[in-house]
Design a protein around this ligand. Structure first.
Ligand code: SF4
Ligand code: SF4
Length: 714
């Protein structure tokens, strides 16, 4: 990552105005969005949207032909092109043919995508943005930082300053007064404009209509007052039928701004009459700009299901820290990273793709059902395929791919770290490693890894067996978690086996785009874990569980190594996370927790992979409550803790403030203990608490439950 990009991250994180505005908005958004969707089956709604938009995306030629025929029959002129330059030339020609001097625009990301304003201004045509947010950023000479709220990063003080300069009059920061100024200034622009330019939220092939959804009414003025209206529509906006707009209009305001309805929905089918009785000139430009190429890519096609609600930005822990001017180009956040890689070029997404921590928040709420984190990983994979891995990473992964060498180095690190450890923590590391313990202590590498301790555990012989996949953290940093797991399973009559040949799950390599490395890790683990006849493969690390259940297969698929799929699927079928299996054993009466205890207040942190990919959230809470803890939910219990595997090492400037927010939420819950199911989250949160000094104990559920097992009868 280049140092000027790192600088821009640091600047954004330290900009209290920015983080304050985005932080407050995102906190309120989550609550308001949930309220707006009350009584609506969101999963069913987004399935319909994904299906309708998906259909249009796979029939783009047909959509364009039908739309053109129907729009032209209604009196519009339709121009289709794949080339952004041709779009600009067409608009300029229409303007020149009609002696256009001034243009008003309503918000259109497609015009931002092709830098239309500067092109027209250079040709001597004055362009006025009329959406309040767009007007603010136009005055500030900036690009939008959010696709729905372009000026969300600006404070009222900054806006007052801009408006004061524009009208040459000192204004206060009173928002109604500022809005009044905007209304007055913009009204005269509408009345004087020769041409209006809009985007389009949807384009209906069946009727040749474009649909505009706005809150300010400016799009109506732009499309009705000037005698010429040009609508620039990206071809991903197609839907086949008029009825297809209904589910999208249900979701768009709820997801975008947590409103039940937007103030204005305009449906334009053919030109309308002007006030002097003449007929408006309506031009509709259908712009491709690599969208049809995207539609032919089996991985990325789903990105065309986006309805541009911006919801994914509102819930993104990284976006709310750094904003869209750092996390994005023209299009921002996770989806912006994907669109940049296509509409601009893959290389331009190189830095911003690294900002995604893979928490999955965006995927969970996307009304277009787009797997944004997975597509970002695919961008990483393609970047690595094209440009190779950086030398340092290459060296690290060559070690990770050699299990004996890798584990040997971890053992050596246990000894090397001793001078810097105090108790179970490394609090200060020397020289260039010092940043690693900034704001978070690290666990000392265990003197004796789990794989050695396991040999000494005396287990009963049982007919039922489970293979334990420990993962690197439990094996080498937290072996006591592994011992707790063996104790619990033994008590339920399950014998644990530990296949020695198991190695790193490959997640760090996969999340860096090094799929070849991840595939070798996957193959080694499949061979190890399927080497014994067992009923279950159990893991107490959700990142590892996700790797075993989902990612081994998808990595092989991405690389075309399909010969591995049957065994990867066999392993996936046997793999279960710790809480799900223990809950089942308790429900079946095979495991009993001590009854009637009062263990005090506990709060629970949902690890991203457990909650979002494995869909496990209730089970650990039920088990802890049953064991005698009083559950006190923290605010944003399922928000990422900033760990993200190697993310906290690569981007400590982002990881650290995310962790600080998590620590504060834990403290605010009033609990004496915080539990979680992920050793990675334990490492991050326990290390943060250690440096914070708060007297809150940070534990993996496996340790807490092992302490509360009822003694066996008899
Ligand atoms: S990716 Fe999904 S959440 Fe993000 S803007 Fe598009 S539809 Fe909305
Ligand atoms: S996965 Fe998380 S960090 Fe990545 S884009 Fe989505 S919300 Fe943001």
């Amino acid at each position: 990552m280049k140092s000027d990009f790192k600088d821009s991250i640091e600047k954004a994180v330290n900009n209290a105005n920015l983080t304050g505005a985005l932080g407050k908005f995102s906190e309120a958004y989550k609550v308001n969005r949930a309220r707006a969707y009350e009584g609506i089956d969101f999963e069913a709604l987004r399935t319909v949207i994904a299906e309708r938009k998906g259909y249009a995306a796979t029939h783009l030629d047909q959509m364009a032909a039908d739309f053109t025929r129907n729009a032209e029959a209604a009196g519009a002129r339709v121009f289709c092109t794949s080339d952004p330059e041709k779009v600009k030339e067409y608009i300029l020609k229409v303007a020149r043919d009609n002696n256009v001097r001034t243009v008003v625009k309503s918000k259109s990301m497609a015009t931002e995508e092709i830098h239309l304003n500067s092109y027209l201004e250079k040709a001597g045509i004055s362009v006025g943005e009329t959406d309040l947010g767009e007007w603010i950023i136009q005055l500030a000479g900036q690009t939008p930082s959010h696709m729905v709220m372009p000026a969300i990063h600006m404070t009222k003080e900054e806006v007052s300053e801009l408006f004061s300069k524009e009208i040459d009059q000192r204004l206060t920061t009173d928002i109604p007064q500022l809005v009044e100024v905007a209304r007055r200034e913009l009204r005269s622009k509408f009345l004087a404009a020769d041409m209006g330019i809009s985007g389009g939220n949807l384009a209906v092939a069946e009727t040749g209509s474009i649909v505009l959804v706005t809150n300010e009414g400016n799009a109506r003025m732009v499309t009705t007052l000037p005698k010429i209206h040009i609508a620039l529509v990206g071809i991903e906006k197609f839907v086949e039928k008029f009825s297809d707009i209904v589910p999208i209009l249900d979701a768009l305001p709820r997801s975008a701004t947590a409103q039940l309805l937007t103030s204005y929905v305009s449906i334009i089918t053919g030109p309308s009459p002007n006030t002097d009785g003449s007929t408006k000139e309506l031009h509709i430009i259908l712009m491709d700009n690599r969208r049809s190429e995207m539609a032919h890519d089996p991985k990325f096609r789903q990105a065309l299901q986006c309805i541009r609600c911006g919801s994914c930005l509102n819930v993104c822990p990284v976006f709310r820290l750094v904003g869209g001017h750092v996390f994005g180009k023209i299009y921002t956040g996770g989806i912006g990273t994907i669109l940049t890689a296509w509409f601009d070029e893959l290389k331009k997404s190189e830095e911003i793709q690294g900002l995604c921590i893979q928490c999955g928040n965006c995927k969970e709420i996307c009304p277009g059902k787009i797997d944004i984190p997975e597509l970002i990983l695919e961008i990483r994979r393609r970047l690595v395929e094209k440009e190779g891995l950086p030398i340092l990473q290459k060296a690290i992964y060559s070690v990770v791919n050699n299990r004996r060498l890798f584990h040997g180095m971890l053992r050596a690190a246990s000894i090397a770290g001793r001078p810097f450890s105090s108790g179970k923590f490394l609090r200060h590391l020397p020289l260039f490693l010092a940043d690693l313990t900034d704001g978070r202590s690290l666990p000392a590498i265990a003197a004796e890894p789990f794989r050695d301790r396991f040999q000494k555990i005396k287990q009963p012989k049982c007919s039922e067996k489970a293979a334990f996949y420990a993962g690197c953290l439990i094996d080498f940093a937290y072996p006591e978690m592994g011992e707790a797991l063996v104790k619990i399973l033994n008590r339920a009559g399950i014998e644990v086996v530990f296949p020695e040949e198991q190695t790193c799950c490959g997640a760090p390599a996969r999340y860096s785009g090094a799929y070849e490395v991840a595939a070798r890790n996957a193959a080694d683990n499949i061979n190890a874990l399927l080497s014994e006849e067992v009923q279950y493969v159990i893991s107490a690390c959700p990142t590892c569980t996700v790797a075993l259940v989902h990612e081994f297969s998808s990595t092989f698929q991405s690389l075309g190594q399909t010969e591995w799929l049957p065994r990867a699927q066999e392993l996936a079928g046997k793999t279960v996370d710790f809480s799900t299996l223990v809950k089942k054993l308790v429900d079946e009466g095979r495991l009993t927790l001590k009854e009637g205890q009062q263990l005090g207040r506990i709060t629970y942190h949902d690890s991203c992979h457990l909650k979002r990919t494995l869909q496990v959230a209730a089970e650990p809470r039920q088990l802890l409550s049953r064991a005698g803890y009083e559950l006190a939910e923290m605010f944003e219990c399922d928000m990422c803790c900033g760990m993200g595997g190697s993310y906290s090492i690569k981007l400590p400037e982002i990881s650290a403030p995310i962790l600080q927010r998590k620590l504060q939420n834990i403290k605010n819950s009033g609990a004496q203990t915080v539990a979680m199911d992920c050793p990675g989250c334990v490492m991050q949160i326990r290390g943060g608490m250690d440096q914070d000094g708060a007297a809150i104990s940070v534990r993996h559920s496996v340790e807490l439950l092992a302490e509360q097992l009822e003694n066996p009868r008899g």
